[in-house]
Every structure is written in structure tokens, then in C-alpha cells.
Write a protein that binds this ligand. Structure first.
Ligand code: SF4
Ligand code: SF4
Length: 367
């Protein structure tokens, strides 16, 4: 059976701004049906890396927050810390970046809670029993929320082809070490020159595979389970982050993380995606390259797979823009394949459908 995806284009007029359209989408998609008074409602956003300018603006988020508050819910804005050491790798930097990018209470209307805590170690292990993971590490604020609205900036992504609702939830709400697990299967290695022998990694390793000898950490590869805790813990960055992952496995892992995030709130999830500023890369970049197509609109659904599929299809109907990375590709049908030719972005949709997270069939309902 096909899922409903509600869509509005970019047209606006007196009395019907894009902000008003966000409210209409909220209502038509039925988000008001699953938000109950006094419930903690996570609004999953991306606060934007410092230097990035194409994340979803706080003004749009405010309308969603106000709708939740009007229903008696208790909204909070949330995202988990990043794996890479940028401007959002711990809660202090993350909150600072969020504030600098405009996500203060006065603009967004809700407090910001960093979902996996001060240093990315607040998570709940959720059993999924899937191909790559038996359990996943879900950022605790996401796990403990009663309901969630996922606000996504729909755009390209270097390893998954595009980033939409699935990527926003799966990668976005994994803890830092969970993100390491999604990014690589490789066992970590210590760079001896950088190691100061502080033993922080030793105390965090859950299986005792690290020993400190002559003030240097040594990892026993046979015991190591690749959990990533040491990588994200080392204050000297002496245990390198592994980014090596083939795009298919990477996408499968994101989907499995998503399954874990939504497991305890399957009927309490809503997704809204902004198909605007469709940049070739994600908002974790500290820059925003020129959009590859013109702004398309905003779409909402309770089915993340249908929503992502509809967004890809809508983008593929657009003309490539001059002075963008697709300049010269006048006839390219697959826009994300055009900018990331080594990636088959459909893997995330196929696999998400296969494990029951939604359907790729949809009815596009224009409002
Ligand atoms: S946490 Fe880093 S610096 Fe400290 S012992 Fe481990 S590898 Fe060395
Ligand atoms: S990846 Fe996990 S199991 Fe392996 S050494 Fe680091 S903390 Fe220990």
C-alpha cells in the first residue's frame, strides 16, 4: 500500500507565507494526532556546522514548535554530537554553534537539548538484530522522548548520495561511538607519537582490550569489538577516526540505526523535509556549495521511506543549475548520481523498505 506524502511548492502570497504552509503540512500530515498533552516531543534538527549556511532556518522550526506547544506537548530541539572534531563534537561547542546559528529560545521557541550529552556518551543500547548490528547506540534524549518530529534539510551527501529523513534520524541520533561504528568496521589504532599514556581510553574500553605499557596505549585487536569508545574519548586524538566504509554498507548501517531510534515510538514519529538549497554535500560541512537545482518545496509524511523517495523524485524533475556542480549536465536525470557517481543512493530506500520502516510507494498530495 502506498503512503501519503503531503507537498507544497515554494509559491507564497499575502496571508499564505512558507511559514504558514509549514503549519498546514503539519496538520494535513496528521502530526497533531500522535502528540498528547505533557509529552516530551523531540524536534530533531541539524543546527548547522559553523560556516554552513543552508541548514533549515529557525523560523521554520518555530512554527513546528508552536504547533506542538499548542497541543500541550513539551517540545525541545535536539541533535547528537558529531564524530568528527568540528564545532559540534561535544555539548558545549554544539550549544554554542546552535546559538550562533540562531537556535536561541527567543527565535526557535524551545530549549535545546544535546541528545547524547556533554561528551557523546549518554546513549541507550537498543536491540535491532539486523545484518550489521545486533544493537545500536541511540542518543538518550531521542530514546526517552515520547514522540518526535524530524525536520530534515533534503540535499546531497558524500557517502549516502542524498541525506533526507532516514539519514537525519539514523546517523543524526546515533551516539558518537555509534557514528564511528556506522562509518567503519576497521579496528582502531593508536598513533604512539600522540599518545601521552593518560589511560582515559583504558577506562572506557568495555572489553578490556587496551593496556598501557611504558606510558603508551596498546590495543589488543583480537579482543577489540570495534565499539569506537576509545576513538571518541582520547583527549589527544591519538586513536584515529576511521572513515572507511563502502557506501552500501554505510547506508545499511544508517537504516539499522534508524530502526533502533524509532523502535519505541513507531506511531509517534512525523517527518518534514525542506527541499530547498539542495547542496551537493551535507550540512556537516563548514561551507555550503551552490545548490544543484532550484528550491522545490516542503514535504511531510509519517512514512520516512515514502518521504525520502518522493523528495528524490521531486529533485530529479528539476533542471540542473548553472554555476553548480551539475553545471554542464543538462540531461542528467539522477541528480545525486550526477554529483556522487560512486554512490548508489537507492540502497538506503531499498533496505529501509525491506526491514519494514516504510514503503517506496507514495501518493503525492499537493496542498
Ligand atoms: S586516551 Fe589517548 S592519550 Fe590517553 S592513553 Fe589512550 S590513546 Fe593515549
Ligand atoms: S574500539 Fe572499543 S573495544 Fe576496541 S579498543 Fe576501543 S574501546 Fe576497546
Amino acid at each position: 500500500m502506498a503512503s501519503d506524502v503531503f507537498f507544497t511548492d515554494m509559491r507564497a502570497k499575502q496571508g499564505l507565507s512558507l511559514l504558514d504552509k509549514v503549519e498546514k503540512l503539519f496538520e494535513r500530515a496528521g502530526f497533531d494526532k500522535f502528540i498528547k498533552p505533557k509529552e516530551l516531543v523531540a524536534v530533531k534538527v541539524h543546527f548547522g556546522e559553523k560556516g554552513n549556511t543552508t541548514y533549515v532556518r529557525p523560523q521554520f522550526i518555530r512554527r513546528i514548535v508552536d504547533k506542538i506547544s499548542a497541543l500541550g506537548g513539551k517540545p525541545f530541539l535536539t541533535d547528537a554530537n558529531t564524530l568528527y572534531v568540528g564545532s559540534r563534537a561535544n555539548a558545549v561547542d554544539h550549544l554554542k554553534t546552535a546559538a550562533e546559528n540562531g537556535f536561541g529560545f527567543s527565535a526557535a521557541g524551545a530549549p535545546v537539548v544535546i541528545a547524547d550529552g556533554i561528551n557523546g556518551k549518554d546513549y541507550v543500547k537498543v536491540e535491532v538484530n539486523l545484518n550489521n548490528f545486533k544493537s545500536v547506540k541511540v542518543a538518550s534524549a531521542a530514546y526517552h522522548a515520547n514522540a518526535m518530529l524530524v525536520v530534515s534539510h533534503f540535499k546531497g551527501h558524500e557517502v549516502s548520495g542524498f541525506g533526507g529523513a532516514i539519514k537525519n534520524v539514523g546517523m543524526g541520533l546515533g551516539s558518537r561511538s555509534g557514528k564511528q561504528q556506522m562509518h567503519s568496521d576497521l579496528r582502531p589504532q593508536v598513533t604512539a607519537d600522540k599518545c601521552i599514556g593518560c589511560a582515559t581510553c583504558y577506562s572506557w574500553c568495555p572489553v578490556g582490550s587496551i593496556k598501557i605499557t611504558k606510558k603508551k596505549a596498546i590495543i589488543d585487536e583480537k579482543k577489540c569489538i570495534g565499539c569506537g569508545e576509545c576513538t571518541v574519548t582520547c583527549p589527544e586524538h591519538a586513536i584515529g577516526i576511521n572513515w572507511l566504509s563502502d557506501p552500501d554498507t554505510f547506508q545499511e548501517k544508517i537504516v539499522e540505526y534508524m530502526a533502533g531510534v524509532i523502535k519505541n515510538k513507531k506511531d509517534k514519529m512525523g517527518y518534514i523535509s525542506f527541499i530547498m538549497n539542495v547542496t551537493p554535500d551535507c550540512d556537516c560541512c563548514s561551507w555550503s556549495d551552490a545548490p544543484i537545482v532550484g528550491d522545490v518545496g516542503i514535504a511531510a509524511s509519517t512514512d520516512p521511506v515514502a518521504l525520502d523517495q518522493a523528495c528524490v523524485d521531486l529533485v530529479n524533475k528539476q533542471q540542473p543549475l548553472l554555476n553548480s556542480r551539475l553545471d554542464g549536465y543538462v540531461t542528467v536525470e539522477d541528480k545525486f548520481g550526477g554529483v556522487h557517481p560512486m554512490v548508489d543512493w537507492s540502497v538506503q530506500l531499498r533496505y529501509a523498505e525491506e526491514i519494514g520502516l516504510g514503503t517506496r510507494k507514495y501518493n503525492l498530495i499537493r496542498i
